[in-house]
Design a protein around this ligand. Structure first.
Ligand code: CMC
Length: 429
């Protein structure tokens, strides 16, 4: 952050005097107070549970305006990218900062095809993992072991190694994810096919001959590609913040991304897409009315999964796009999808209820994804794996950006200690 960025200062009045703190203005006019000198000057720290007010870095990757429902990757609105760009274009944009020229895209895509296979013994290792284990647990373990299989690309201080690891991660994650799925259904793995594009290849490795073909196949490829685009980055969400924190210790990119996969698995974060579908199935199977279910939510017995967001306090622009996609795929007059219909009713009832509107709770990215994935044949426990495939470019981009940040330091938050004062071990004083 240059001196020019410091538009003004704020004053903090405290017992010991007055501290002037610089205020930085971001690209879109958002302002940030820099607290670097606070502890040294005043002896005080800040307490900000969940980092709700804390910017831990400056970033050029993604802009979100939560009040206005705006999301942009590298300046491009998500609405444009969702309908106009392929996942590989968006991955390139998020990681390298610019949309690829056609030659750059071909080179990128060729490298991913060439690196899509995993070593045979890594395949054996994945096959030996518990077949009924949660795919997110297996995915995180497999990503972690990539560092051991590819120890020529683990040095964060070597740009060529980081680039090689970037390609390997992007190329191999679909292969690993599809193998985990096929093991779970007792089927043999399917090797990557380098005649297919990135998304088609993933669907083919997952479903083999059962993958839809013709118009339906095209629709599914397009839908999965668009869902991956919508998930590609979301600035400092829990898993991306985790990747940055782990990477800040100079851990390699595979270890950092594996940590991101683990952070994503929780139901408050990426695991919400599975939780939404289970919630809808639970309402359907129990025969509970939507009104009764929402009463239970308001009594804080359960959460309305797929609703609410730390940053979006108006609407989540991703959820708008996904709802349109869900309607295209699921809203057929002759065969309407029952869980999609239930989700629509649940959303309408929640948005008509002051409990949700007063708290600014709206559907988030996870509310409608599960019903789409389900109709494609993905089991509930694979939904978050699809989120991980989409979020991978964001994790990589943040890891790489941090390596070049002049303000880069190991992540090490402070605490507000409220435990026991000093006391002595019996017999010691
Ligand atoms: N259902 C019912 N009440 C809710 C919900 C919900 N889904 N979300 C928030 N609230 C209430 C909460 O109880 C609190 O009420 P009060 O002020 O009366 O105590 C108020 O709204 C503010 O909530 P919060 O927990 O302080 O909000 P947060 O920013 O800490 O949490 C969240 C954000 C996403 C974790 C939360 O909204 C949630 O648990 N949602 C359900 C899980 C979900 O869908 N997660 C996916 C998030 S989007 C994609 C991603 O990140 O992966």
């Amino acid at each position: 952050m240059s001196e020019d960025d410091k538009e003004r200062t704020v004053e903090l009045h405290y017992e010991g005097g007055v501290l002037k703190l610089p205020v930085f203005t971001g690209t879109e006019g958002e302002r940030t107070i820099e607290l670097k000198t606070l502890l040294g000057s005043t002896g005080m720290t800040t307490l900000d549970p969940g980092f709700g007010n804390t910017a831990s870095c400056s970033s050029k990757i993604t802009y979100i305006d939560g009040a206005a429902g705006i999301l942009r990757y590298r300046g491009y609105p998500i609405e444009d990218l969702a309908v106009g760009a392929t996942f590989l274009e968006v991955a390139y944009l998020v990681i390298y900062g610019e949309l690829p020229e056609s030659g750059q895209l071909k080179e990128f895509s060729d490298k991913l095809r060439e690196n899509a296979d995993i070593p045979a013994d890594m395949g054996t290792l994945i096959d030996a993992m518990p077949r009924n284990g949660h795919p997110m647990s297996l995915l995180a373990s497999a990503v972690n072991t990539l560092a051991a299989y590819y120890d020529d690309s683990v040095d964060p201080s070597d740009e060529n190694q980081v680039e090689l690891a970037t390609i390997r991660l992007l190329a191999k994650l679909p292969t690993i994810a599809a193998r985990i799925y096929r093991n779970s259904i007792g089927e043999k793995p399917i090797a990557p096919d380098d005649s297919l594009d990135y998304v088609e290849n993933f669907i083919r490795m997952t479903f083999g001959d059962n993958a839809p073909t013709g118009n339906l196949g095209d629709l599914f490829n397009k839908a999965v590609g668009m869902l991956l685009v919508l998930h590609a980055d979301h600035e400092l969400n829990c898993s991306t913040a985790t990747v940055r924190v782990v990477g800040s210790s100079q851990a390699d990119i595979f270890a950092s991304v594996a940590s991101g996969v683990n952070a994503l698995s929780g139901p408050s974060h990426g695991g919400a897409n599975q939780a939404v579908l289970e919630m809808l199935e639970g309402i359907r199977d129990s025969g509970t009315s939507i009104e009764d279910f929402l009463e239970r939510v308001k009594a804080r017995e359960v959460r309305l999964m797929g609703f609410g967001h730390r940053v979006y306090k108006n609407f989540d622009p991703r959820s708008k796009e996904i709802k349109v996609l869900a309607s295209q795929i699921l809203d057929h007059d002759d065969n309407p999808d029952e869980l999609f219909k239930l989700a629509l009713k649940l959303e309408a009832a929640a948005l008509a209820d002051s409990y949700f509107t007063e708290r600014k709770l709206y559907p988030n990215v996870d509310f409608y994804t599960g019903v789409i994935y389900r109709t494609m044949g993905f089991p509930n426990n694979m939904f978050t794996v699809l989120f991980a495939l989409g979020r991978l470019p964001g994790w990589i981009a943040h890891y790489r950006e941090q390596l070049h940040d002049p303000a880069f330091r190991i992540a090490r938050p402070r605490q507000h200690y409220i435990g026991s004062a000093e006391r002595r071990y019996p017999g010691q004083g």
